[in-house]
Design a protein. Structure first.
Length: 315
């Protein structure tokens, strides 16, 4: 089967080192196997990800010299390639889950969940305590009337541990009721959840391998559950370690100099890619390299499995 890789950035700002490393690794991993690459713009949150940011992200990835076979500007059989234009597919998947009796309305506000001191995951998300799980249809209708706003929708998770073998990080599993709880499929404002959209899209686009940051490792058991419930074939997963700034903190928008607006003024694309490949362990020095040149050097076995600190002065 031909490898189909993808990069799926959420354009809530200018592309930064974390996204660039993701694009580079996804591109190298697929291309090295002779595979194809899709670019999908994950702009479900249209307030945070306006269309012009998505367009800028495409220009940035192009500037870096990483190409895609399907996606914005290229087209392809699985379009559109912007999640904001694919909500009909997410609605259809939601209805398939509803038909299995696995979806229920949730009236809890964020403030209520925090006030109820529900336990939190390491990533800060609330482990949903199941407050609305047991509401009868009459009680749910009464809540809807009382709150006067549409409910969010959650998936009833089974009493089960879901374990998988990541192509890079090894075995990872979660006991969904204990570690996550019933998770959101659609927010009360109608926005579909990332977990549902990403599964629907990767399956519909024929993606065979997903390469992304280790912050999403913990989402994978939820996604594998959705693949199963929707009768879809899951891809292989490769999670790579996160980049930390020179003080050991997760890179974020705080690190203004990690965005391509600043980096692009200081460095050429091969300079940026060479430094990232060096940090990711498969390029022996920080010398400039194009994506094409790095194909000969790329090796998952050389990529670290723990967070990567960017040394002072490298960028
Ligand atoms: N859109 C997500 C992000 O930019 C990535 C989703 C994924 O790769 O599954 O963090």
């Amino acid at each position: 089967m031909e490898t189909m890789g993808r990069f799926a950035p959420s354009p809530s700002g200018r592309i930064h080192l974390g996204n660039i490393l993701c694009c580079l690794l996804a591109w190298l991993s697929a291309r090295q196997k002779g595979g194809r690459v899709i670019l999908r713009i994950e702009d479900l949150d249209t307030a945070r990800c306006p269309a012009r940011y998505g367009e800028q992200m495409c220009r940035d990835i192009h500037w870096l010299g990483l190409d895609w076979d399907e996606g914005p500007g290229v087209g392809g059989p699985s379009g559109p390639y912007e999640q904001s234009r694919r909500t009909g597919l997410y609605q259809a998947a939601l209805e398939r889950l509803e038909a299995q009796g696995l979806v229920y309305p949730c009236f809890c506000t964020r403030a209520e969940l925090h006030a109820a001191s529900a336990p939190h995951r390491e990533d800060g998300q609330v482990i949903y305590p199941g407050t609305c799980r047991r509401l009868s249809p009459e009680e749910a209708a009464e809540r809807a009337r009382r709150t006067g706003r549409p409910p969010a929708l959650r998936l009833r998770v089974p009493e089960e541990e879901i374990t998988f073998t990541d192509g890079h990080m090894g075995t990872y599993g979660e006991d969904l009721p204990r570690d996550c709880g019933d998770f959101l499929l659609r927010r009360s404002d109608g926005m579909f959840a990332y977990q549902l959209a990403v599964v629907v899209d990767d399956a519909a686009m024929g993606v065979t391998e997903v390469v992304r940051g280790a912050d999403l490792l913990a989402s994978t058991p939820r996604q594998l559950l959705l693949y199963r419930l929707l009768g879809l074939q899951p891809p292989a997963f490769y999670h790579f370690p996160l980049l930390l700034d020179s003080r050991g903190r997760r890179l974020s928008k705080r690190n203004a100099d990690a965005g391509l607006d600043t980096l692009g003024q200081r460095y050429t694309a091969p300079e940026i890619l060479g430094k990232l490949a060096f940090l990711a362990g498969f390029h022996p020095s920080a010398e400039p390299r194009t994506g094409e040149e790095l194909l000969a050097e790329f090796d998952w076995d050389k990529v670290p499995r723990t967070d990567i600190r960017i040394p002072e002065g490298l960028f």
